[in-house]
Design a protein around this ligand. Structure first.
Ligand code: FES
Length: 241
């Protein structure tokens, strides 16, 4: 027998079930460190904000806009001036087309369409029209015409029909022989008086619906460029005063 070979005999002492005297007892579980907890919280918050940021990017890769779009400011230029509409009006009178332009469905040169108080990307329902008020038109108690420094009168309405929200666009209609001007809806034939936007024919009249919302007009510091100041009423609903 080789004495140098390590012994593998069963003479080895059995493993003790008692802890060695020099070994410390198992330590009690540590209380959770508030520092670690805070770090995990911050990591979670960062991950959540990254997910939210990713979710705000549409399929096109563009950042989605806010849910409530910004309104255009009061005193927004509407893209025309009193001189242009006045010369358009004078030209139509001189050519004898003041009524026939309307009846042919052409956009009269004394009118101008514009979007306000939201731009056209928000909704078609913020489309409006400004008209140089024809001389034969008599103002009513509901008329809120703007008088330019040169004495010319202008009116502006939202063109969303209060019946079922078609756009009163772009023609006008009315018995020319009566000297009456109206805004006409192409869908079911509602007609609105140009002097005050009150429905005078078609389902909007038959159902006793409200007048078209009206835009309060003004001019900028030049005294020429027309600006939109306020809207009285809700597009597609009408105005109450
Ligand atoms: S939507 Fe204008 S008359 Fe019906």
């Amino acid at each position: 027998m080789d004495d140098k070979k390590p012994s593998t005999s069963t003479n080895s002492p059995p493993p003790s079930t008692q802890p060695a005297a020099s070994q410390p007892p198992n330590p009690a579980p540590l209380a959770k460190s508030p520092l670690i907890s805070r770090r995990r919280f911050l990591q979670g918050a960062l991950a959540a904000s990254a997910v939210l940021a990713a979710a705000s990017v549409g399929a096109s890769g563009q950042i989605l806009g806010p849910l409530i779009p910004p309104r255009l400011p009061s005193q927004t230029l509407i893209g025309t001036d009193t001189t242009t509409l006045e010369s358009g009006y004078d030209g139509a009178v001189a050519a004898g087309t003041l009524y026939t332009d309307l009846l042919s469905g052409k956009v009269p040169s004394w009118t101008h369409f514009f979007y306000w108080p939201f731009d056209s990307t928000v909704s078609p329902y913020y489309k409006n029209v400004v008209c140089r008020l024809p001389d034969p038109v008599q103002l009513t108690s509901m008329s809120n015409a703007f008088t330019a420094p040169d004495g010319t009168k202008f009116v502006a309405y939202n063109v969303t029909c209060v019946h079922l929200r078609c756009l009163v666009n772009p023609g006008y209609a009315g018995p020319a022989e009566a000297g009456e001007f109206r805004l006409q809806c192409p869908c079911h034939g509602s007609q609105y008086r140009i002097s005050d936007g009150v429905p005078v024919a078609g389902p909007a009249f038959d159902l006793g619906l409200l007048p078209l919302p009206q835009i309060t007009l003004g001019v900028d510091s030049t005294g020429k460029q027309l600006v939109a100041i306020a809207i009285n009423g809700e597009p597609g609903v009408g105005r109450t005063q």
